[in-house]
Design a binder for this molecule. Structure first.
Ligand code: AVI
Length: 319
């Protein structure tokens, strides 16, 4: 009997992307999870967004860390295991690492391999004595990890950038619970959370004049074409982002400019003119709202640092 030809190995992440897109386009309203923004190009576009004058969160959080980093490190414990979720380019991380002792351990966790490699190399060159254990992984699947550390070292998750805002409040509570399971009793969480503020400022932040946010949103369609062989005309979709006051969140959508169809494998997904794919939510929380949310996951707020204008909060929580 002849051997059957081997099935080509499939990348599980491609399968994940394929099944998520397929399921998301079958839903009404259509949606795709924001974690798929971050291929290498999407991560680069996100870095560009962070440099725009309209996108205040990055520079505001950086200012807070710069001013209060020493105080934060003292609360975490200078020889802790610092686990950064979705570390990306880890631009702000030195503002904490510079206050840690040489026996601290830094564990960057990111889904994007080139970003993880480059940022770990850069940080290792800046802090040669610090032990680093980069972990390429999807932080939405936290419970699977076992991070090597000494029993007496406190484990602290560092989750900057208000990435928690990209979860629904229910998902945020689940994520905060899995962070609690990961760090265990005595563990901590240092987290950056974007605050509520005037609508005009929020809308401008997600509609930058340089068009980086639009390119970031539309890159999802390019990924679908390149990685999944989707047949679509990306020029017939437009970026749309606005603050939804009822839900306290920015919503990002890809709006169909005309009646058209996306083809994915054997399946067709028709769009009416004006119909959207909902690609992201970005929730904004007052310090009080975030404290309540964290409490539902078993966390106690220990300290909050913010900028002069109250645009952004960095919280330290313990179990
Ligand atoms: C990563 N995350 C917190 C960003 C945000 O503000 O929600 C992603 C982003 N989307 C558009 N601009 C930035």
């Amino acid at each position: 009997m002849r051997n059957a030809s081997p099935t080509p190995a499939r990348n599980p992440e491609e399968d994940d992307f394929l099944s998520s897109v397929r399921e998301g386009l079958r839903q009404r309203p259509k949606s795709i999870a924001p974690k798929y923004f971050y291929d290498a190009h999407g991560s680069h576009l996100f870095d560009l967004i962070c440099t725009t004058p309209e996108y205040y969160p990055t520079r505001t959080e950086t200012g807070i860390l710069d001013r209060h980093g020493a105080e934060m490190a003292a609360m975490l414990g200078a020889s802790c295991v610092l686990i950064e979720l979705g570390s990306g380019s880890a631009i702000k991380t030195p503002l904490i690492l510079r206050h840690l002792s040489d026996n601290a351990v830094y564990v960057p966790v990111d889904i994007c391999e080139p970003h993880l490699r480059q940022s770990t190399q850069r940080l290792q060159a800046m802090f040669p004595a610090l032990s680093m254990q980069p972990l390429r992984a999807d932080y939405h699947r936290l419970p699977a990890y076992a991070i090597k550390h000494h029993a007496r070292q406190r484990q602290v998750v560092y989750f900057p950038g208000s990435t928690i805002g990209n979860c629904t409040p229910q998902e945020a509570v689940q994520l905060l619970k899995s962070i609690a399971d990961l760090v265990g009793p005595g563990g901590g969480l240092l987290i950056g959370v974007d605050a509520k503020k005037p609508i005009e400022m929020l809308n401008a932040a997600y509609n930058d004049a340089a068009g980086h946010t639009a390119a970031f949103n539309l890159n999802l369609l390019t990924r679908m074409q390149n990685e999944l062989g989707a047949q679509l005309d990306a020029t017939q979709f437009a970026h749309h982002a606005y603050y939804n006051e009822t839900h306290g969140r920015i919503e990002m959508h890809l709006v169909s400019r005309c009646r058209q169809t996306i083809r994915l494998g054997t399946e067709s997904f028709p769009f009416a003119e004006g119909e959207t794919i909902h690609t992201e939510n970005s929730y904004k929380y007052t310090a009080h709202e975030f404290r309540q949310l964290a409490r539902m996951a078993g966390w106690h707020l220990k300290s909050t640092w913010h900028d002069e204008d109250g645009l952004f909060n960095v919280h330290y929580l313990s179990l």
